[in-house]
Design a protein around this ligand. Structure first.
Ligand code: GTB
Length: 215
């Protein structure tokens, strides 16, 4: 039975692949697991049927038989644990790859999300003008640290892993702001990941939802 993923019926990112169904799609493509997608509107996301799957009324959710999961990171970990290809077999290397998953979604993503919230939710507040440079400095600190650790490596720790998958999607949130331009090895890392065939298939699938909704 194919797992079922939920995604935006009409994504506010207009097919840029920034919504959180993208990590799940990409993980499923990396491991070669076919899947179905249930598209949901903003209204449907807040209705009891969807809230039974996702307590916060969001996407993505993931159903596999009688298992229902939410939180993109947890879903990617679930997929990576059940299929070869996204986590190393060696126990210590596996633990380090999972550490990178958490680092992406907490340490690196947090200042990026705070800046987005300041820009898009608090843009009209009097404190935002002063707060933005502080948030941007925090992002630069994290990018500098990540850049130093990545160095000339292809991936964060050995082969491509679920840690890289999540880290690259977190970094993609900065693409339109130009932050990554100051860190050539991070830009190259993101470009390398986006060149993976599985990324291409996942991106095309989410873009098709947007394109079909327009026609
Ligand atoms: N921590 C959760 C996870 O990783 O699964 C976060 C899930 C989440 O934020 N879901 C968002 C959602 O359902 C969509 S992805 N929002 C509806 C709601 O809360 O009512 C976040 C997102 C939305 C839009 C853009 N964009 O336009 O660029 C990018 C990312």
């Amino acid at each position: 039975m194919k797992p079922i993923l939920t995604a935006f019926e009409s994504s506010p990112d207009r097919g840029k692949g920034l919504a959180r169904d993208m990590p799940v799609r990409w993980a499923l493509e990396e491991v070669g697991q076919p899947y179905d997608v249930r598209l949901v509107s903003f209204r449907e996301m807040k209705e009891p049927a969807h809230r039974a799957r996702h307590p916060f009324g969001q996407i993505p959710t993931y159903e596999e038989g009688d298992l229902a999961l939410f939180e993109s990171g947890a879903i990617v970990l679930h997929i990576a644990e059940r299929h070869p290809g996204l986590l190393p077999n060696d126990a210590n290397a596996r633990a380090r790859a999972i550490t990178w998953m958490f680092a992406a979604l907490t340490t690196v993503q947090q200042p990026i999300v705070e800046r987005e919230a300041a820009l898009y939710l608090e843009g009209d507040k009097p404190w935002t003008k002063e707060r933005l440079p502080i948030l941007e400095d925090r992002i630069r600190v994290r990018l500098g640290e990540l850049s130093a650790r990545l160095g000339e490596r292809e991936w964060l720790d050995g082969d491509f892993s679920a840690g890289d998958l999540l880290m690259v999607l977190v970094l993609r949130r900065l693409e339109s702001s130009g932050f990554l331009n100051d860190y050539p090895n991070l830009s190259a890392y993101v470009a390398r990941a986006k060149a993976r065939p599985a990324y291409g298939r996942a991106f095309a699938a989410q873009l098709a939802v947007f394109t079909n909704a327009q026609s």
